[in-house]
Design a binder for this molecule. Structure first.
Ligand code: PLP
Length: 373
């Protein structure tokens, strides 16, 4: 079945007891047993399992083509759970321009005994050179945040297999609509479901999907309730609801993003546009070979430097200046200022999350702000 159909019907059926078409929200923290002590259902206590969480996990696992899904209270929580399967002393390779929250997490874990190298993963030779005998995980983020660099997932998987390491791909930006890392050989997919899955800037969450049911997957399952960083039933319900319209929303948002990228590319005040759907993007061929679409995120740099970037963001009316991405409303952000002094992001760069407004209105808004910048 197609992703639009799965996004609606996976683990989503009318309630046999009431006929309710919309799923109920099971707020109960605990689940009753029969007089003999046997559980009535598969659920006993909500930290170890809850019907809303199970439905969400099963749906995301099916969309990604994996064996099991594990939902967390945030995307960073999901990435943390993958890192928790490693041992002190294990070596991890991550992208040099990885999402800064993931970078902070990896640095924190380095303090706990992981050793981490940040590498330009769009250059596969640099990835090959960084691999060591103790490398256990290659964490890929493609497109990367906020430079939209593309990593060749198939090549990373080939290198990882030869080294006995695993590959986790942060698939938050493309989602399974546009990219299926497990099909390309990755072991795990991680998501911030705060973004396109939820889609309405009103719920925080994360999901990991494992390709196979093996010892590490079992470890992850046990860790989920042992560490306890699980999302609430209502949050799971919201994300599961968001998932239903995700393919249709993201397809429309990506179409607008392509138009906006082409418009910005021809604008005299814009020095560079980062969008993998532009044929002159340095990794366009890799992107076209592993993505079904190029997503709704882009970034661009201005000739006038930091001042022009900040003025442009301030002059926009429809793009809200706010962190995060993937929702129905368009957002813009000066990442350097948000990331702080350790940021590697160019100071003249603005990152844009294209929403569901009419693209002509978004283009007019950009035109007005750039005129004044
Ligand atoms: N991964 C990517 C690519 C992100 O952009 C983000 C947040 O922006 C995260 C992970 C972290 O997600 P969360 O804020 O839900 O923890």
């Amino acid at each position: 079945m197609h992703i639009e159909t799965l996004a609606i019907h996976s683990s989503h059926h009318p309630d046999p007891a009431t006929g309710s078409v919309a799923p109920a929200i099971y707020l109960s923290t605990t689940f009753a047993r029969r007089p003999d002590g046997e559980l009535i259902s598969n659920f006993s206590y909500s930290r170890s399992g809850n019907p809303n969480r199970t439905a969400l996990e099963a749906a995301v696992a099916e969309l990604e083509g994996g064996s099991a899904g594990f939902a967390y209270a945030s995307g960073v929580g999901a990435i943390f759970s993958v890192l928790q399967t490693l041992k002190p002393g294990d070596h991890v390779i991550a992208p040099a321009d990885v999402y800064h929250g993931t970078r902070d997490l990896l640095k924190e874990k380095a303090g706990w005994g992981l050793s981490v190298d940040f590498v330009d993963m769009d250059d596969i030779e640099k990835v090959a050179a960084a691999i060591r005998t103790d490398t256990r995980l290659l964490l890929v983020e493609t497109p990367s945040n906020p430079m939209l660099r593309i990593t060749d997932i198939r090549s990373v998987v080939r290198l990882a297999r030869a080294a006995g390491a695993r590959v986790a791909v942060d698939n938050t930006w493309p989602t399974p609509l546009f990219q299926r890392p497990l099909k390309l050989g990755a072991d795990y997919v991680v998501h911030s479901s705060t973004k396109y899955f939820g889609g309405h800037s009103d719920v925080l969450g994360g999901v990991v999907v494992a390709a196979l049911e093996d010892e590490t997957t079992q470890k992850m399952r046990e860790q989920q309730w042992t560490f306890g960083a699980v999302p609430s039933p209502f949050d799971c319900w919201l994300v599961r609801r968001g998932l239903m319209t995700m393919p249709v929303r993201l397809r429309a948002q990506a179409e607008s993003a392509g138009k906006i990228a082409r418009y910005l590319q021809s604008h005299p005040k814009v020095s560079q546009v980062h969008y993998p759907g532009l044929p002159d993007h340095p990794n366009y061929a890799v992107a076209a070979g592993q993505m079904e679409g190029f997503g709704a995120m882009l970034s661009f740099q201005l000739d006038g430097g930091e001042f022009a970037a900040v003025r442009t963001a301030a002059g926009l009316r429809l793009f809200t200046q706010a962190t995060s991405l993937g929702a129905v409303e368009s957002l813009v952000e000066h990442r350097y200022r948000v990331e702080g002094k350790t940021s590697r992001t160019p100071k003249d760069l603005l990152r844009v999350s294209v929403g569901l407004e009419h693209v002509d209105d978004l283009l007019a808004d950009l035109e007005g702000a750039l005129r004044k910048a």
